[in-house]
Design a protein around this ligand. Structure first.
Ligand SMILES: NC(=O)c1ccc[n+]([C@@H]2O[C@H](COP(=O)([O-])OP(=O)(O)OC[C@H]3O[C@@H](n4cnc5c(N)ncnc54)[C@H](O)[C@@H]3O)[C@@H](O)[C@H]2O)c1
Length: 274
């Protein structure tokens, strides 16, 4: 397994937060030889917006410094110019762009649907869906010009397959990624570029932690009880871990996955069956 990504350059958006899925994905790609660009919004967490989950520059730098071959590049995925600059940074600094992972996401706006404002709806769609589209377009532009194929993976969610209360915008944004890869894969196949989603169920770190706390409160039970109930309904008997998602991303980015594109792969311990 070692060396599957030797000579490859990977960008992982939203990977500047310690303990998040992005960090796990970056570490897995790096462990198999990839040079990785650690990217995040680069602003300190906003105390006024609980769960906003913004990664600080210090965290980004620390993650990159712990990897064998890595650099950092702050990027707000809502800004298409910054996303294009991130893609160019990979080529200008490391000589290539082979793997692009749209991992950046927000999930802290969780409310009954009648309480969700238009601005809140747009905030979620802008990051989770439009941000992934900007990333896909920026990566594909360079990968097509390079002429050696490529891999784009979005971190979608179980919420790309099933509905969840208090999360209409989140669920709609993740369902949108299913349509995005289905249509983009048709245009990118001729260039040897695959585009897929990985759909994790609840992971207890990152924004999943916030969501678990919210649903436990809604149900009037402790987080421990909520997690125990979750484990009981998952065939594999436990919630997901960043490593589970990272392993699936690595597979989809590998040479073995050349004939897999337009797919939305569940990584849910059997919880999400379709
Ligand atoms: N944790 C889970 O249970 C779970 C389950 C399924 C899917 N996901 C998805 O996995 C991805 C990673 O989430 P996580 O759980 O690791 O949470 P996280 O909050 O640790 O990671 C999300 C990252 O995205 C960054 N980000 C937010 N807005 C951004 C923006 N505008 N531009 C650039 N970066 C931005 C944050 O700073 C953070 O580092 C998300 O897309 C999320 O929807 C998470």
């Amino acid at each position: 397994m070692s060396g599957r990504f030797d000579g490859k350059v990977a960008v992982v958006t939203g990977s500047g937060r310690a303990g998040g899925l992005g960090e796990g994905i970056a570490r897995r790609l790096a462990a198999e030889g990839a040079t990785v660009v650690i990217s995040d919004i680069g602003a300190p967490a906003d105390a006024a917006t609980p769960g906003s989950m913004t990664g600080s520059s210090a965290e980004m730098d620390a993650i990159a410094a712990s990897l064998p071959k890595a650099s950092t590049f702050p990027c707000d995925v809502r800004n298409p110019e910054q996303v294009r600059a991130l893609a160019r940074h990979a080529v200008d600094t490391h000589g290539s762009l082979d793997i692009w992972v749209n991992n950046a996401g927000i999930g802290y706006i969780m409310k009954p649907m009648m309480e969700v404002s238009a601005d809140e709806w747009r905030a979620v769609i802008d990051v989770n869906l439009t941000g992934a589209w900007y990333g896909l377009q920026a990566a594909a532009e360079i990968m097509i010009a390079q002429g050696k194929g490529g891999r784009v993976v979005n971190i979608a969610s179980q919420a790309a397959k099933s509905g969840f209360m208090h999360a209409q915008a989140y669920t709609a944004s993740k369902h949108g990624l299913v349509g995005l890869v289905r249509s983009a894969s048709i245009e990118l196949g001729a260039h040897g570029i695959t585009v897929n989603n990985v759909c994790p169920n609840h992971v207890t770190t990152g924004l999943g932690k916030w969501q678990n706390e919210h649903f436990a409160e809604v149900q009037g039970i402790s987080v421990e009880k909520y997690l125990a109930n979750m484990a009981a309904r998952i065939p594999m008997g436990r919630p997901g871990m960043p490593e589970d998602t990272a392993a699936a991303v690595a597979f989809l980015c590998s040479d073995e996955a050349i004939y897999i594109t337009g797919e939305s792969m569940n990584v849910s311990g059997g919880e999400e069956p379709h």
